[in-house]
Every structure is written in structure tokens, then in C-alpha cells.
Design a protein around this ligand. Structure first.
Ligand code: UT7
Length: 334
């Protein structure tokens, strides 16, 4: 099946935003309570510190607000909120209900759980919903993994952190910026990384590591092929931020320069569905992208899920430019 988009309605990125709790927990802090060391954590994972605190809704609201402010649009003009999270604040209602209300959004809202691939799943769903007639969609990935981390388990406690990231999308009358994508799951591997209801994260690290590299490389390869480009045409790869060694192995196998990877895990740890938007926003803010650049988002997570999305970067239009192009197209504006 060819999953490259050839529709007359695609997406463009209008804004982006991030949120991190204030509290920094360094590897040295963890040395105080766990049989571990800064040297081990850095060498095996690349993580130096992580942020801990806030609720999932608070982080999602802050990231979403930054995205809306950057785009300078009326929140009520947003037609849909997709909140990717594995750590909702409560079972019912969805955390997106709180976020939708706090931001004053229009339209509907729902939570999406595809673990660490959640943000890419959300982006692809949002792209389809723009094609189905929505004009603006806010996609957020937000997590408080610290709440489901066993702080006495050195196998997992050193890896995870809290955070949020958001992209605000708008429909356009052409193919748009999402050129190709790939989503998948192998549910037979669902026990290698799991959290029971009310429980803490349990993980077979080595098994997840092996599967992660394979899943990311295969999914990214399918996506690159669907976009009909070559790996060396990718200007920036934004991988799920779980382990620097997984990222490097994936880059090497894909034939993408390691320097082209967006990395924040040294500062954030693994923030599951927030990790890709956090790394993407960091790269945009650092000025790493030029108009026309190809950007590959790729991740894997519990399930085991995987997801990749190939984007063409375009600097968002200013509010004036946006208004002019909307008037020309005869559409509505917010
Ligand atoms: O979003 C997806 C989430 N999860 C992942 O992506 C995790 C994927 N897996 C990994 O990132 C790596 O497997 C880990 C970072 C979890 C572990 O690294 P590793 O190189 O696979 O180490 P290992 O599990 O093979 O353990 C090596 C040794 C063991 O000791 P022995 O048996 O060799 O004596 C562990 O007990 O390191 C020990 N160890 C630690 N030592 C110090 C495990 N955790 C720690 C620790 N500090 N925190």
C-alpha cells in the first residue's frame, strides 16, 4: 500500500511550543538513592539530567499555549485537540478535556495512547482530519512518567522524565508538509515494556533496545521510500529520545549522518510521547532548518508501536501573510 499523500488537502505547521517542569534531577542526584553512577548512565544512555514535576495537563497546556501564541491565532478557531499521552491525569475523563477547556479551544478533543510513538500517530491522525474538513488542529504530546517510575529500580529510574511539546497545524489546499508516513504495532511484544493499572514501569531493557533499533530503521526506511527520496536528502532526523546508542545505531543503519539527529535526551531523559516534539522544537529554535528541508520524525514505544513521518520544513507564514492567503482561497480565518 502506498501511504504517501496525494490529496488536495494537506497540513502546514503554524506554531510549536514546549514545556518542562522546573525541577532538575541530575544523575548525581540519583547516585544518592540508587546503586548507579553518572558515568554508567551517560555511557549507556546519554542522559545527564531530567525534569520532574507538574501534571500532564499542566505541561500540555503550557506547550499548547506557546504554540498558539507563536502562531498568533484565536484558540477558539482550533477545530480539534489530539493529546498523545501514556500518563493521563485520571482514567476518565480524558486529560484533553482539561487542556481543551484551559486553552479555550473550539471543536473536539481526545487522548491517544500509542506510547512513545504517540506524537507521530497524533500527527498522522491530525493530517487525515484536516483532509476530512477540519481547518486547525493542535497536536500535543505530554507526559509525567515520574508518576509511574519506580524510583527504587535502577533499571528504569535513570531513564525517564516529564515534559510536553506541541504543534499547531492548519489545512492547506495542496499536498502540504507531510510527504509520507508509516505507523505500525507488534502486539505480540506487548510485555517487554508495560505498566499495570496503578503500577510502575516494568521493562526488559535489552529486548526493547534490540526491537527499537529494528522497528525504527524499518519504519523510517519505508517512509523514506514512500517519499521517493534518499536518506542523504534528510536534513534533520528527529528520533524518539530514549537512548543515544539507539539513535546512533539507527542513524548508522539508515545512512544518515549522526550530526543530523536532533537530541535533547541529555537534558530531558525519555519523555515518551513528548520526546519527539521537544526535540523538533529545540532544533527549530536552534535555527537548524531551512525552507524545503526534509525532516524525518521516527519513534518506537511500548506495544510495541512505531511511527515515522517525513515532513518538508516551511517557515510558518506571518499572521498577515496567512490572512492574505486565506482571503485569496476564500476560506475562514481565526
Ligand atoms: O521509550 C522506550 C523505553 N525504553 C527504552 O528505550 C530502553 C531500551 N534499552 C536501553 O536503553 C538499555 O538497555 C538500558 C539503558 C536500559 C540498559 O543498558 P544496557 O547496556 O542494555 O545494560 P544491561 O541491561 O545489559 O545491563 C548491564 C549491567 C547489568 O549488570 P551485570 O548483570 O552486567 O552485572 C545491570 O544490572 O548494568 C547494570 N545496570 C546498572 N548499573 C548501574 C542496569 N542499570 C544500571 C544502572 N546503574 N542504572
Amino acid at each position: 500500500m502506498n501511504r504517501s499523500f496525494k490529496t488536495l488537502m494537506g497540513m502546514r505547521i503554524l506554531g510549536w511550543g514546549t514545556a518542562l517542569p522546573e525541577k532538575v534531577v541530575t544523575n548525581h542526584d540519583l547516585e544518592q538513592t540508587l546503586d548507579t553512577s553518572d558515568a554508567w548512565i551517560v555511557e549507556r544512555s546519554g542522559i545527564r539530567e531530567r525534569r520532574i514535576g507538574d501534571s500532564t495537563a499542566e505541561l500540555a497546556i503550557e506547550a499548547g499555549r506557546h504554540a498558539l501564541e507563536r502562531a498568533d491565532i484565536d484558540p477558539a478557531s482550533v477545530d480539534l485537540l489530539v493529546l498523545a499521552t501514556t500518563t493521563p491525569d485520571q482514567t476518565v475523563p480524558a486529560t484533553s478535556a482539561h487542556v481543551h477547556d484551559a486553552l479555550g479551544l473550539g471543536g473536539g478533543a481526545f487522548d491517544l495512547n500509542a506510547a512513545c510513538s504517540g506524537f507521530v500517530y497524533g500527527l498522522v491522525v491530525a493530517n487525515s482530519m484536516l483532509g476530512a474538513g477540519n481547518h486547525r488542529i493542535l497536536v500535543i504530546g505530554a507526559e509525567t512518567l515520574s508518576r509511574i517510575t519506580d524510583w527504587n529500580d535502577r533499571n528504569t529510574a535513570v531513564l525517564f522524565g516529564d515534559g510536553g511539546g506541541a504543534l499547531l497545524l492548519e489545512s492547506v489546499g495542496d499536498e502540504g508538509q507531510l510527504l509520507a508516513w508509516d505507523l505500525g504495532i507488534d502486539g505480540s511484544a506487548r510485555t517487554c515494556l508495560k505498566t499495570e493499572v496503578g503500577g510502575k514501569i516494568e521493562m526488559d531493557g535489552r529486548e526493547v533496545f534490540k526491537r527499537a533499533v529494528r522497528a525504527m530503521v524499518d519504519s523510517a526506511t519505508r517512509t523514506i521510500e514512500r517519499a521517493k527520496i534518499r536518506p542523504n536528502e534528510i536534513a534533520l532526523i528527529v528520533p524518539h529520545q530514549a537512548n543515544i546508542r539507539i539513535i546512533q545505531a539507527a542513524c548508522d543503519r539508515l545512512g544518515i549522518d549522526r550530526e543530523r539527529a536532533a537530541i535533547v535526551l541529555d537534558r530531558t531523559g525519555n519523555t515518551s510521547s513528548a520526546s519527539i516534539p521537544l526535540a523538533f522544537a529545540d532544533a527549530i529554535d536552534a535555527g537548524r532548518l531551512r525552507d524545503g528541508d526534509r525532516v524525518l520524525l521516527t519513534g518506537f514505544g511500548a506495544g510495541m508501536t512505531w511511527g515515522s513521518a517525513l515532513l518538508r520544513w516551511q517557515t510558518p507564514p506571518s499572521p498577515n501573510e496567512r490572512e492574505a492567503s486565506t482571503r485569496q482561497a476564500g476560506g475562514s480565518n481565526g
